[in-house]
Design a protein around this ligand. Structure first.
Ligand code: RIB
Length: 317
């Protein structure tokens, strides 16, 4: 198993449950409120550790109890947390997450200490870049830090996986061309490409626009519709597993981490996407961010039962 370096955010999530996410100007009564460990970077590092990866995380928390809990949770699944930065001020990043009955959510992140995960901090942790084989990135840390990590990773010939979340309006060609796999959801794809991505044709055209702008492989996560891999001359679809969605928070994070772990384990991109679809499918059946991430054994068990189900359907047909 090769080594994965996750560079990204760590947040304490304040999760509000409600029937329907309010529109602008509307007040609704909520059904519940709880704290949950999150942050796209930390969720991906936790998931990669829980799914059997060799993982180190670079990111920053505050010198407060939220930060301590986040770091402890990562260490509990074997993530190397030895170089996570701690800032006296600002405190650990936080996110307010509204989750509605359907399982869909909307999120506001207040970055806090994630802002100190900057180029200078990454430069001072160059050993982590040298040691790893895969670099997994999102966009909840300063933009120059993301670009530095992509450039440094490429200089060292590492495989770079970028989850462009939250999505910027565009990414420079120079950065896109250094990313081996870019993994947006439909909303992120639409924002990044400047094109609609509602229908399948629109989604493919938007992904192709990123490829024309330098991306090598675009993996679009489509929630209950599974995912697709778009490359220069091909498009492959990967069906989801059938589940009852409770909370979609961190499902994308789980997907990216599972994809990275499977690649690091020597799987092909297509095999890695199938594995990631199952892991992300299981994550939506549970509430929370890191709380919802399945173990490697749970994913393997579900893969076995999926194979059995498909064989039974084939035998019947
Ligand atoms: O992807 C889900 C995550 O986004 C949450 O855990 C929240 O912290 C935000 O970063």
């Amino acid at each position: 198993m090769k080594n994965i370096l996750v560079v990204g955010s760590l947040n304490m999530d304040l999760v509000l449950q409600m029937e329907k996410i309010p529109s602008v100007g509307e007040t609704v009564l909520g059904d519940g409120l709880r704290y949950s460990l999150g942050g796209k970077g930390a969720n991906q590092a936790f998931a990669a550790g829980n799914l059997g990866g060799n993982v180190e995380m670079l990111g920053c928390v505050g010198e407060d109890s939220f930060g301590a809990k986040l770091v402890r949770n990562l260490a509990s699944v074997g993530v190397d947390v030895g170089h996570i930065g701690r800032s006296a001020s600002p405190g650990t990043g936080t996110a307010v997450i509204c989750v509605e009955k359907s399982g869909d959510n909307s999120i506001v992140v207040v970055p806090g200490a994630n802002k100190t995960c900057d180029e200078e901090y990454l430069r001072s942790n160059d050993a982590a870049f040298q040691k790893c084989d895969y670099i997994l990135l999102q966009m909840e840390i300063p933009r120059d830090a993301v670009e530095y990590a992509v450039n440094r990773g490429k200089e060292l010939s590492k495989t770079i996986i970028l989850n462009p979340a939250p999505a910027p309006a565009a990414l420079p060609q120079d950065i896109l061309s250094k990313v081996d796999y870019i993994i947006p959801n439909e909303t992120e794809l639409s924002r990044l490409s400047g094109c609609r991505s509602d229908s399948e044709n629109e989604m493919e055209a938007a992904a192709r626009k990123l490829i024309a702008a330098g991306a090598h492989a675009v993996i679009v996560t489509l929630g209950h519709k599974g995912s697709v891999l778009v490359q220069k001359d091909t498009l492959e679809r990967f069906p989801p597993i059938q589940v009852e969605a409770v909370d979609t928070t961190a499902a994308g994070d789980c997907f990216c981490a599972a994809f990275a772990v499977a690649l690091a384990d020597g799987k092909t991109p297509a095999q890695a996407i199938s594995f990631a679809n199952v892991a992300a499918g299981l994550a939506v059946t549970r509430p929370g961010a890191q709380d919802s991430i399945p173990t490697q054994a749970e994913v393997e068990e579900r893969r076995v039962s999926e194979r059995g189900r498909k064989e039974a359907v084939r035998a019947e047909g």
